[in-house]
Every structure is written in structure tokens, then in C-alpha cells.
Design a protein around this ligand. Structure first.
Ligand code: DGL
Length: 276
């Protein structure tokens, strides 16, 4: 029998993108065991309605809860934007943390003049959760949200630098960061699991005046605080493990995942599961 604090943290996403959050969690909290679920059979979530995303998120979370997790991290921004309250109500007693709140807190802090640009999927932008949360934390800020769906495809194709990636980044970002300097965004909040892969390109195009906030690393900090506050942290010296589940083909999952993580990723490390 493992002790309650040795139980894994459940992490779910629509696919492989949430591995950016897993990577940040492993770096920050090496003693914690992680159970990751990528709902690749129903990917993408970012084009779907609030009702569909909430239903999918509850099913994915339910599958992790049945495995005996001690806390749930919603790595998927679209689910975090639409379904965090629904998940907290569905699983009372389970600590649930999404990526929106930590990302917004970090952006509110990092932005010098309170001009924050959030880039995300179409469905996340429609939810309006990012601007609402930022304005709650930093009243008076100006928040512009922009759907950038092509960045998801670029990250999955490994096209994170070069002519094509740069053209698409300019297409989305130039209108938000050009014109009179006082009206530019001064902070870019990456509101999608895939976007941290493009962060070096964004930094190069936008220059040092624009703070880039990645919700994966900020979420790892928030998880650390949460575990400490709830006295749920794994014992010091515990060797955290990673188990990876996917709802579709492990072969493709592993291949695409290699762009997202520094560790070796092969199909035999991914277990196929059905959520039904
Ligand atoms: N994981 C999604 C997000 O962070 C991006 C991919 C998708 O659309 O499912 O919003």
C-alpha cells in the first residue's frame, strides 16, 4: 500500500500538448508521481463548444479519479477556461487546479503597463475566462485575446522556427504589437498547451520589452503551493514516476510527443484507455 501522499497527481489534456505542463511539474516537483491522460481520440478541444468541452473534461477527469489521484491538474487551457468550476463541483474534496488562474496571476504581475495579450484556441477565447480573471486581479488592465489555431499545428509538426513559423507568428502578432508604443501589448500570455514550444520565436520577434508568460511553469509553482497548503506533498526522497494514458493510437501519441518533452518517448510507454 502506498501512503496517501505518494498517490499520483492526475494531469489531463486533449492530447500531447499538456506534456508541457508535465515537463514543468517534473522539473519543479521531482518527488511527485504523475498520471497523465491525453484525450487524443477527441482532440482538438479548442474548436469545440463549452458544453462539449465540459462533458469531455469531466469524463477525462473521472478516468483519473478512478485511478486514485490525490489532486487534479487541468493542463488543457480550453478545459480550464470552460470547465474548472464544473470539475470542482463534480469532484468535491479533490484539489483541482487549472492553468488559467496561475497564468493570469503571473501575467498580471509581469506586465509593466497592464497591456496584456492572451493567445489561445478559438474556444478558450470565446470562454472569456482569461480577460475576466486578469481584470479581477489587475483592474484597469487592457486585455486583448486572440485565437491563434495555426500555432497548434506548427507545434505538432515541429515547425517552431523558420520562415513558415515566422510568417504565421507575424500574421497573428504584428497587429497587436505594432503602432504607437504606448498602445502595444507589453505582455504575451501563452494560453494554450502548445505555445511554449514557440516561445523562443515569439521572444525574438517581440524583443525584450514584451514579457512572455508561459502558463505551464506558473502552474507547476501553483501546484507546489497547493500541495504544501493541503499537506499533500510526496515525502522528500520519494522518486516520482510518470504513467501516460491516451485514448487513441499510442504510436502517434509518442511520435508527436517527442517535440514536447526532453525525455525519450516510445509507444510502449503509452497505455491506450477508453473513457466510456
Ligand atoms: N490543449 C489545447 C489547449 O491548451 C490545445 C489543443 C486542442 O485544441 O485540443 O487549449
Amino acid at each position: 500500500m502506498i501512503s496517501p501522499n505518494e498517490r499520483p497527481i492526475g494531469v489531463f489534456d486533449s492530447g500531447v500538448g499538456g506534456l508541457t505542463v508535465v515537463k514543468a511539474l517534473r522539473e519543479r516537483l521531482p518527488a511527485e508521481s504523475l498520471l497523465y491522460l491525453g484525450d487524443t481520440a477527441r482532440l482538438p478541444y479548442g474548436t469545440k463548444s463549452a458544453a462539449t468541452v465540459s462533458a469531455y473534461a469531466a469524463e477525462a477527469a473521472g478516468a483519473l479519479v478512478r485511478q486514485g489521484i490525490k489532486a487534479l491538474v487541468v493542463a488543457d487551457n480550453t478545459s480550464s477556461a470552460h470547465a474548472i468550476d464544473h470539475l470542482r463541483a463534480t469532484f468535491p474534496g479533490l484539489p483541482v487546479i487549472g492553468v488559467v488562474e496561475p497564468g493570469c496571476a503571473a501575467a498580471s504581475h509581469a506586465s509593466a503597463r497592464g497591456r496584456i495579450v492572451v493567445i489561445a484556441t478559438e474556444s478558450t477565447v470565446q470562454a472569456g475566462t482569461y480577460p475576466r480573471t486578469i481584470l479581477h486581479l489587475r483592474p484597469g488592465a487592457t486585455v486583448v485575446s486572440k485565437a491563434c489555431p495555426l500555432f497548434v499545428a506548427l507545434a505538432e509538426e515541429g515547425l517552431v522556427e523558420g520562415t513558415l513559423a515566422e510568417m504565421i507568428a507575424r500574421h497573428y502578432l504584428d497587429p497587436l504589437f505594432s503602432g504607437p508604443a504606448e498602445r502595444h501589448g507589453d505582455c504575451l500570455l501563452l494560453g494554450c498547451t502548445h505555445f511554449p514550444l514557440l516561445a523562443p520565436l515569439f521572444a525574438r520577434l517581440l524583443g525584450p520589452e514584451v514579457a512572455i508568460v508561459d502558463s505551464a511553469t506558473t502552474t507547476a509553482h501553483a501546484v507546489e503551493d497547493l500541495l504544501e497548503n493541503r499537506r499533500l506533498a510526496a515525502p522528500a526522497g520519494h522518486a516520482g514516476t510518470l504513467r501516460t494514458l491516451a485514448t487513441d493510437d499510442p504510436e502517434r501519441f509518442a511520435r508527436v510527443a517527442r517535440a514536447f518533452v526532453p525525455w525519450e518517448m516510445t509507444a510502449d510507454m503509452v497505455e491506450r484507455v477508453d473513457l466510456g
